[in-house]
Design a protein around this ligand. Structure first.
Ligand code: SF4
Length: 108
C-alpha cells in the first residue's frame, strides 16, 4: 500500500475531521485588536483562509485605548482581521497559535 505524501496531509486533515466540528459559520473568531500584534500565526495555521493581516486604518486605530494605540505603533499597526469569518469551522488552531491570546471563538 503506498504511503500518503506529506503534501496531502494538511489538506486532508481538516476535511477528514469536519464531521466532529460545528458547520462553517456556527462559531467565528473574534480578535481583540488591542492585544493583536499582527504576528500572523493565525493566518499561517488556519486551514480555511479566514484571516488577513494588514496595517490597521486610522479609524481602526482610534477605536483602541491609548495604551493599545502606543503598543500598536511599536508593531507598525499590523493587525489580524477575520475577513472570511463565515468560513470558520471552529478547529481552534488560531486560538492555540496566537501568542497574544487575542482570539476567541464566539457565536456570530
Ligand atoms: S478556528 Fe480554525 S477554521 Fe476557525 S478561524 Fe481559527 S484556525 Fe480558522
Amino acid at each position: 500500500m503506498p504511503e500518503a505524501s506529506p503534501e496531502a496531509s494538511p489538506e486532508a486533515s481538516p476535511e477528514a475531521s469536519d464531521a466532529c466540528r460545528p458547520a462553517a459559520g456556527e462559531l467565528a473568531p473574534v480578535i481583540d485588536l488591542a492585544r493583536c500584534e499582527g504576528k500572523a500565526d493565525c493566518l499561517r495555521v488556519c486551514p480555511y483562509d479566514v484571516f488577513e493581516v494588514r496595517v490597521a486604518t486610522p479609524d481602526e486605530r482610534r477605536s483602541l485605548g491609548w495604551l493599545a494605540q502606543i503598543k500598536s505603533m511599536a508593531h507598525g499597526h499590523r493587525k489580524a482581521f477575520a475577513v472570511h469569518a463565515d468560513q470558520c469551522h471552529a478547529c481552534g488552531l488560531c486560538v492555540t497559535a496566537c501568542p497574544e491570546t487575542a482570539i476567541r471563538l464566539l457565536k456570530p
